[in-house]
Design a binder for this molecule. Structure first.
Ligand code: FES
Length: 149
C-alpha cells in the first residue's frame, strides 16, 4: 500500500507501483481533469503539480510519488488563484476547443507561483511544454499576463 496527498487529502492505493499516475488519477480516483493526449510527455494535457512542480502525469509511475503532494486541476479549480486565472482566460478569449486548458492552467499556476510577474518570454517558456492546436498561443499568453497583474 502506498500513501500520498491528493488535492490536500491523504489518500492510499494498492495499485501496482508501475502504474502511470494519470491512470491512477483518472481510473481509481475519478479525477478526469488531467487528459491523455500523447501519452509520451510531449503535449502537456496531463499536467499536474507534484510538490509544486509542473509534471506530466503520463510519465510518472506511481511508485515515484510516495508521500508527495499532488495537485490536479480538479483540486486547483477550488482555489482563489484558479478563479483569477479562469476570469483572465475568459477575458482574453483563450479557450477554444478546451482540451489543452486543464494542462495550460496547471502550467500557468506553476509559473505564477514561481514568478508572479513574468515577462512575455517567461510566459511563453512557462507554457512551452503544453501544446494548443486552436489559439496560436497568443490569447493564452495574454490571459496569463492579465492574471499576473
Ligand atoms: Fe502526458 Fe501528453 S499525455 S504529455
Amino acid at each position: 500500500m502506498m500513501k500520498f496527498y491528493l488535492n490536500g487529502k491523504e489518500v492510499e492505493t494498492q495499485a501496482p507501483s508501475t502504474m502511470r499516475l494519470i491512470d491512477l488519477l483518472r481510473d481509481e480516483f475519478q479525477l478526469i481533469g488531467p487528459k491523455e493526449g500523447c501519452g509520451e510527455g510531449e503535449c502537456g494535457t496531463c499536467s499536474i503539480l507534484v510538490n509544486d512542480l509542473l509534471e506530466n502525469s503520463c510519465l510518472i509511475p506511481i511508485g515515484a510519488i510516495e508521500g508527495a503532494e499532488i495537485i490536479t486541476i480538479d483540486g486547483y479549480c477550488k482555489t482563489e488563484q484558479f478563479q483569477i486565472l479562469s476570469d483572465c482566460y475568459s477575458e482574453a478569449g483563450a479557450v477554444q476547443c478546451g482540451y489543452c486548458i486543464p494542462g495550460m492552467v496547471m502550467a500557468s499556476a506553476a509559473l505564477l507561483a514561481q514568478n508572479p510577474h513574468p515577462t512575455e518570454d517567461e510566459i511563453r517558456e512557462g507554457i512551452s511544454g503544453n501544446l494548443c492546436r486552436c489559439t496560436g498561443y497568443n490569447m493564452i499568453v495574454d490571459a496569463i499576463g492579465l492574471a499576473a497583474n
